[in-house]
Design a protein around this ligand. Structure first.
Ligand SMILES: C[S@@+](CC[C@H](N)C(=O)[O-])C[C@H]1O[C@@H](n2cnc3c(N)ncnc32)[C@H](O)[C@@H]1O
Length: 242
């Protein structure tokens, strides 16, 4: 566009831009589909560059592979974001027997703070009750991540091998956790996504991961996946742009 024409078009658009008319014109549905379309392109390119291999039939087979291939039988600090009834953290309690491991389950235990697809706000509500797991190595961190994680970080040592399990489903929750943990992630730490992407929508966990990597310049490699592209395990390779 020629500079004069651009100036003229900007003059026409600016009032609509500043007074919310552009927002009203575009509308939330178009915004949502635009976002979906944008991340469909990004996830498709990312998957081409990062093949999700090897593949497993269940997430528990994937976890076993991660334990073997990343040598996770020693002491680990396991941080799970999104616990609900405790099915996934129970697996890790049973399968990392090291007495010095510490496992932390973060959840409000009142369900999803926002709607997620057809699941309304409050889905997975446990009435505030924590899972019945009898192991001294496990600690529940109850509340919204946005209210608990920063003070947890200030009062805990995160120097040990970290396994971060992200199962909060939502973009907002996942993005907050990744950004908060960014300064503490180190090479060989593990990140597992439980709902990395869907065929029709990559605007939750994948979007959180993509935006996080873009902002922090970290490098990861894929350790494996299950359900095609649903659960994905990654290893931190480098913590800043090479
Ligand atoms: C899919 S469920 C977790 C399932 C569990 N990992 C399992 O394998 O059975 C998602 C959980 O994330 C929690 N959650 C999502 N966002 C949260 C947030 N910002 N703060 C606290 N909890 C959150 C919800 O309360 C819900 O229990």
């Amino acid at each position: 566009m020629k500079p004069n024409l651009r100036k003229y078009a900007a003059g026409l658009l600016r009032p609509a831009f500043l007074k919310g008319r552009l927002g009203a014109l575009v509308g939330k549905t178009v915004e949502e589909w635009g976002l979906r379309l944008a991340y469909a392109g990004k996830v498709s390119r990312w998957l081409q560059e990062n093949p999700l291999e090897p593949q497993f039939d269940s997430r528990y087979e994937l976890y076993s592979h991660v334990i073997d291939s990343a040598d996770l039988r020693g002491p680990i600090t396991y941080l799970e974001f999104g616990v609900a009834t405790g099915r996934s953290i129970a697996w890790w309690v049973d399968n990392n027997a090291h007495k010095d491991s510490a496992l932390y389950g973060f959840d409000c235990f009142t369900g999803l703070p926002e709607e997620w697809y057809w699941h309304p706000k409050g889905t997975f509500d446990q009435g505030g009750a924590t899972p019945d797991i009898d192991d001294k190595r496990v600690t529940w961190v109850k509340g919204y991540f946005q209210n608990t994680l920063q003070s947890f970080i200030r009062s805990h040592d995160l120097d040990r091998r970290l396994v971060v399990h992200l199962d909060a489903d939502l973009f907002t929750s996942t993005h907050f956790v990744l950004g908060s943990l960014a300064p503490y992630l180190k090479p060989n730490d593990i990140i597992i996504f439980d709902e990395f992407t869907r065929l029709t929508d990559a605007t939750h966990e994948f979007r959180a991961f993509h935006d996080f990597v873009t902002a922090y310049g970290m490098q990861f490699s894929v350790l494996g996946a299950s359900g095609g592209y649903v659960q994905v395990a990654m290893r931190v390779d480098a913590t800043a742009c090479a």
